[in-house]
Write a protein that binds this ligand. Structure first.
Ligand code: SAM
Length: 224
């Protein structure tokens, strides 16, 4: 029976690849990834030559059957995503659940490493002994319900947000009724890494004064 390695990859800085991730990507028979072009850059940096196949949210179910056949044949399969830890707002969970259910003998191992969630919390200065992670908020249906839930939260709430919606999210947070503080971690591990913290209103002013900062990737932490 084969082995499935769930491998975390960097969230921007390719040096954040663990030694174990490198060894796993070198030793495995095949790599499945969300975007073969993104993973090719990582493999090129470390001079790894390996067959890479696509597994994204659309193809996860179909590729799961393929991976199960490989594991049955004794292969070592590695799963990576575009960035960070697979399964955290990324494909992976359905594959892992299916392998666990259908191949009880297969080994599933975690190769931990970067995640925007933990990287942001580590420099937020927020007590993260307890927090709620909501990932990406729904764009339309259910968004208001989630925002209302967020407004009532007694513990920090962590969100992922795209540059297209970050200003909209801050506006929505400013309408919650209760004053909230936010920590926004942008472009973590990259050249333009930045953390902006303050009341929602203060952070809105920051982005109004620095429109260039409305770019890149964002983690938003909402606190009391
Ligand atoms: N699996 C990934 C992880 O473990 O962090 C998350 C994947 S999710 C599709 C991508 C989102 O994560 C981005 O839209 C952004 O909200 C956040 N993200 C990823 N890289 C980031 C970075 N370098 N800085 C800030 N946020 C980042």
């Amino acid at each position: 029976m084969g082995k499935l390695s769930i491998v975390a990859t960097p969230i921007g800085n390719l040096e954040d690849t663990t030694l174990r991730a490198l060894r796993t990507l070198k030793e495995c028979d095949v790599i499945y990834t969300e975007d073969t072009r993104v993973t090719s850059k990582l493999l090129a940096k470390y001079e790894l030559r390996k067959s890479v196949f696509r597994l994204d949210t659309v193809t996860e179910a179909k590729k799961t059957d393929e991976i199960i056949a490989r594991l049955e044949a004794g292969e070592h399969v590695a799963l990576v995503s575009d960035a960070g830890t697979p399964g955290i707002s990324d494909p992976g969970a359905r594959l892992v659940a299916a392998v666990r259910a259908r191949l009880s003998d297969a080994r599933i191992e975690a190769i931990p490493g970067a995640s925007a969630l933990t990287a942001a919390l580590s420099i937020a200065g927020v007590d993260a002994g307890e927090f709620t992670f909501l990932g990406f908020l729904p764009h339309k249906k259910g968004r208001q319900t989630v925002l209302k839930k967020l407004a009532k939260s007694e513990i920090p709430v962590v969100l992922y947000e795209s540059p297209h919606r970050i200003i909209k999210l801050l506006t929505e947070l400013s309408h919650l009724g209760e004053q909230r503080n936010v920590v926004i971690a942008r472009e973590l591990t990259k050249i333009h890494e930045e953390v902006v913290a303050g009341t929602v209103a203060e952070v809105q002013v920051h982005f109004a004064e620095h429109p260039d900062a409305v770019r890149g990737e964002f983690v938003v932490i909402v606190t009391h």
